[in-house]
Each structure stands twice: as structure tokens, then as C-alpha cells.
Ligand binder design. Sequence first.
Ligand SMILES: Nc1nc2c(ncn2[C@@H]2O[C@H](COP(=O)(O)OP(=O)(O)O)[C@@H](O)[C@H]2O)c(=O)[nH]1
Ligand SMILES: [Mg+2]
Length: 209
Amino acid sequence: MPKIEEVTITQATYLLSAVNRAQYPEVKRPEIVFIGRSNVGKSSLINSLARVRNLARVSAQPGKTQTINFYEFGAKGPGTAERKNFYLVDLPGYGYAKTGKAQRKTWAAFIEEYLLRSEELRFVCQLIDIRHAPMRADLEMFHWLVRNGLPVLVIATKADKLGKNACAKQAARIRQDLGVAELSVLPYSSLKNEGRSDLLDVIWETLIE
Ligand SMILES: Nc1nc2c(ncn2[C@@H]2O[C@H](COP(=O)(O)OP(=O)(O)O)[C@@H](O)[C@H]2O)c(=O)[nH]1
Ligand SMILES: [Mg+2]
């Protein structure tokens, strides 16, 4: 039987970390953005997409990254020689209890500026832990993204921590709590690379649009 071709990642490297607009990459490429609470599994997911263990630092200390991190990726399409380069953009985690109010404000201004001004942004992956109901910070972020017309794909992380039925149930719960019945919620396990080929398909589709 012929093997069904998948999107393959041909290149994945860390490019730079920015703390202001002047530091964003000079070369513009399509951007896929990752956002979520600290510890939700953003770095692990980027490593899983790259199939590189330490591309993005997986940290046991939540809330440390306060920079916008750009990773340069290359992909080859399924059943074609066509290749595309793009950036994965890792935003600092939100909703970390230990950061003060002032720091949260700075965070919000910095992130909002990036999200609202990027001309290359294709869509935002908002990560939510599959074991929990979306928290207040998740809801606020989701509604802010929708209000500002940014396309969102919700990714339910750490899917390996639940059985198949519980995963489906939690995905439905997340959909319901976010209030969008037709929202796609993609269960993902970075540990098992589950959801990886689905996410790469979505990314590829937006690259060739
Ligand atoms: N079991 C499991 N653990 C995960 C998964 N993704 C992340 N983790 C763990 O969750 C913790 C936080 O992950 P990290 O990627 O640093 O989260 P970030 O703060 O959002 O970048 C680490 O201990 C990871 O090993 C996953 O898919 N499955
Ligand atoms: Mg991280």
C-alpha cells in the first residue's frame, strides 16, 4: 500500500529573542504564534514539531521567559517538492501568579503590540491543558484574540495524561467554556507526538494559501 505523504519539517533552528519591535527578525516570513499559561507545554510542543529535544527550553520554572522567541522552520509539502519557510513564535506565558500587576501590564502591552501589528501572522495556537477547564486568563485571552479578528486554533496539551474518551470529553468542555460550538480543539501530546501531523497540515494549508 502506498504510504500517505505527510508534511515534513526540513529545518528547525532558534533564531532570536526580542524584547521590543526593533529586535524582530529583519526577514519577514509567515508566523504561527503560540500562546498559553506558563507551564502549559509551549516549549515542549515546539520541540515536538521540530523533533529536536532542546530547541525550545523546557523549563520547570514557570514564568521565566519574558521575551518573544522566534524559531525558523522549513517544511516540505505532502506529495510535492514544494518547500516553505516560516517562523514559530513563542510568546511569554500569561497568568503566572507570581508576577505582579505592573509586570502583567507590561507583558500585555508588549504582547498586544506584537499580535496587533504583525503583518505576517497566520494564526494563533492557544494552548490549554486538557485536564483542566479553561481558567480566567485563558478565557480573557481567547476572547481578546477573537475580538481582534485573529484566527485561533485551540490546542489541548498533555493529552497523554488522559484516556481517549476523557480527552474527547475535555475537548468538548473546553469548546463549551470558550463559547464557540464549531471551534476546533486539537488534542496534542508532545510526549507521544500525538496531534503533530494534524497541526503540521493546518500550518501547511496556511502557508500555501
Ligand atoms: N506528559 C506530558 N507532559 C508534558 C507535555 N508537554 C509538556 N509537558 C511537561 O509540562 C511541563 C512544562 O512544559 P513546558 O514545555 O516547559 O511549558 P511552557 O512553560 O508552556 O513552555 C514540563 O515538565 C514538561 O515536561 C505533554 O505533552 N505530556
Ligand atoms: Mg516555555
